[in-house]
Design a protein around this ligand. Structure first.
Ligand SMILES: Nc1ncnc2c1ncn2[C@@H]1O[C@H](COP(=O)(O)OP(=O)(O)OP(=O)(O)O)[C@@H](O)[C@H]1O
Length: 343
């Protein structure tokens, strides 16, 4: 029998209250040979603390998190470079991380992955050598909108008008992007930048552009299941920098609408680079978010911690994500053919 600390968010997701799922969940884990001790998250305390305590005690074989992306990333922070793996039971709203890892969305099937799946290490992002992110960081319009988006998700629908106004009034901002390698090597599209998207080259690694937003992704998805970086592979030691330039607002809305439905159309106004670290700065006070939480303003240095987190993943004998009924099925990890997606 294996022992697990199960950290559950009682309020994540939109269906029945999560505590009602517990009897079935514990029985399904038991059937996989896992005995789980439960701890509920609290609204005002990061569950990273619980995960850290588990690592220090050295008693449990794994940590299992039942929740959405917010809870998963907090718990993950307590397990970085730890010897024990993280199992994910996706009972949140969007479950981007579970989607990235190809996990079944049915939490009972996800229990089977914890009993019989494989353990692999995935990358984690870090900002300013301090804060961590699993999905993506962003500078510009998305960082401006995320806090309001969270309020809307929490039921404050009246905020939609404010979000709309903010988005429509937002202007492209001048930013300085410094990559950890020459621009030509980092660029993922070999085609030269169209002339209308001229950028000012400061050095072989550094350039200045005006953009509505820059997303630095560790995984393909962020936010409301936006497939923002279909090429992002979660264990390759690289972040995908996506720069949205000279988009009209409506173009951007259209683009985000289609990537929320898994349809990624290549657009020459999107530039992508793959790097292990990048620094974004600006003369303006542009906000920065990590996984949807604002952490301050630029300048920010973002880097990848290669394979810093052990996680359970499906293998050939366990259920995986079922793509029926979903217009936005996951792009699996780590599949080399993925590299073709937006080229
Ligand atoms: N016991 C609790 N009571 C109320 N709120 C809680 C409690 N524990 C955690 N929270 C809040 O839950 C939020 C995180 O929810 P989480 O991200 O897991 O679910 P979600 O938003 O439904 O899913 P997703 O992020 O996948 O869309 C945090 O804002 C956190 O403060």
């Amino acid at each position: 029998m294996k022992h697990a600390r199960l950290i559950m968010n009682p309020v994540s997701g939109t269906d029945e209250p999560n505590p009602l799922k517990l009897p079935d969940m514990l029985a399904a884990l038991e059937a996989e040979g896992i005995r789980a001790d439960l701890a509920f998250t609290k609204p005002d305390e990061s569950p990273a603390v619980i995960a850290q305590r588990v690592v220090e005690e050295g008693y449990y074989d794994m940590v299992i998190v039942g929740g959405g992306d917010g809870t998963v990333s907090e718990v993950a922070k307590g397990l970085l470079h730890a010897p024990i793996p993280l199992g994910i039971l996706p009972i949140g709203t969007y479950n981007n991380i579970a989607r990235t890892l190809n996990l079944p969305m049915d939490f009972l099937q996800a229990c089977q992955v914890l009993g019989r799946g494989q353990i692999k290490s995935i990358d984690v992002g870090q900002a300013n050598d301090e804060h961590f992110f699993l999905e993506a960081a962003g500078v510009g319009l998305d960082a401006t909108l995320f806090p309001i988006g969270e309020e809307i998700k929490g039921g404050r629908w009246g905020r939609m008008l404010q979000a709309f106004r903010l988005a429509m009034g937002y202007q492209p901002q001048a930013m300085n992007i410094e990559l950890d390698r020459p621009i030509g090597q980092a660029r993922t599209h070999p085609a030269p930048t169209p002339r209308f998207l001229r950028r000012k080259i400061a050095s072989r690694n550094e350039f200045q552009i005006k953009a509505l937003l820059v997303v630095i992704a560790n995984t393909p998805y962020y936010g409301a299941a936006f497939m923002v970086a279909p090429n992002a592979i979660v264990d390759d030691g690289l972040l995908t920098v996506t720069i949205y330039r000279q988009f009209s607002k409506w173009e951007l809305v259209r683009h985000f609408w289609s990537i929320s439905r898994g349809q990624y159309h290549y657009n020459p106004k999107i530039e992508t680079y793959q790097v292990a670290s990048v620094r974004v700065s600006s003369n303006s006070k542009l906000p920065v978010h990590l996984d949807g939480h604002q952490i301050g303003e630029v300048p920010v240095r973002l880097k990848v911690l290669k394979q810093a987190l052990k996680v359970f993943l499906p293998d050939d004998d366990t259920p995986t994500y079922q793509s029926e009924d979903d217009a936005n099925p996951p792009v699996a990890l780590p599949v080399e053919s993925q590299k073709q997606v937006d080229e």
